[in-house]
Design a binder for this molecule. Structure first.
Ligand SMILES: [Zn+2]
Ligand SMILES: [Zn+2]
Length: 252
């Protein structure tokens, strides 16, 4: 739900903007993680020897390579930042439409270690950055490549995990079919809609608002609403017309 969370909005932006430039807080966040993660996991302040990224495919915006370049400016020596540690073969395609098994096969056939670093990674502590993890197939492939080449420690770091809202279903109270998250094209507010809506024999038009949070005053559900006059959104307590009445609301 990209409209609900700043990081989700930026991840969504990366999908639609071919010239996407990572926001500064990604640089700051990842720089902090590179400085702190090793100590955090291994209780030892040695730190990483090599930090790399999952590279862009051919003719695509090298957004993570650019991000790595900006991160490297926050470090004075100690860490070897290598944007091209891994390379995709020319025919590599997007994993987006593939299922988990297909992703595994595709990535195994197309992601490789850059030959010139084969000796460099041996015995090293390596951190690999990706922006979004979906099934983990890409990281799995990167780990197995570095294990084959005898890296000492390999960690993966990502900013976000894909959550499929289509897999999150609930049952219709009215007819027992599953419900899906739909979006009102006018207000852009999402809601639960029964999948029986288009059934020709026994249609069901049951819908439910999506609970965004519990009301801090009375504990009942709060829903998102659209104020047409001000072109703005707000949350309101479902108790506004109930007894006992609660008129708590929050602007969004
Ligand atoms: Zn129904
Ligand atoms: Zn309330």
């Amino acid at each position: 739900m990209h409209d609900e969370h700043a990081l989700s909005q930026d991840i969504y932006e990366k999908e639609i903007d071919p010239d996407f430039i990572a926001p500064k807080y990604w640089v700051d966040l990842l720089s902090h993680a590179i400085k702190s993660l090793y100590q955090y996991y291994f209780n030892n302040n040695t730190g990483f020897d090599i930090v790399s990224v999952i590279p862009a495919k051919k003719n695509k915006n090298p957004r993570l390579e650019n991000l790595l370049e900006r991160i490297s400016k926050n470090f004075i020596g100690g860490v070897n930042f290598i944007p091209d540690l891994f390379i995709f073969s020319e025919n590599a395609r997007s994993l987006k439409t593939l299922n988990q098994q297909q992703r595994y096969v595709e990535i195994t056939n197309t992601l490789f270690l850059n030959d010139k670093y084969r000796n460099l990674v041996r015995g090293k502590r390596v951190l690999i950055i990706d922006d979004v993890i979906t099934t983990g197939a890409t990281f799995e492939r990167a780990f197995s490549i570095l294990n084959e080449n005898q890296s000492y420690i390999v960690l993966g770091l990502c900013l976000a995990k894909t959550v499929s809202i289509n897999e999150t279903s609930k049952i219709c109270d009215s007819c027992g079919r599953t419900m899906r998250i739909l979006k009102n094209s006018d207000t852009e507010i999402r809601f639960w809609g029964c999948t029986g809506f288009n059934d020709t024999n026994t249609p069901c038009s049951h819908t439910e608002s999506i609970v965004v949070k519990d009301c801090p005053l009375c504990g009942r559900s709060m829903y998102k609403h659209y104020n047409r006059q001000h072109n703005s959104y707000f949350l309101s307590c479902e108790g506004w017309n109930k007894n006992p009445k609660c008129t708590y609301s929050e602007s969004l």
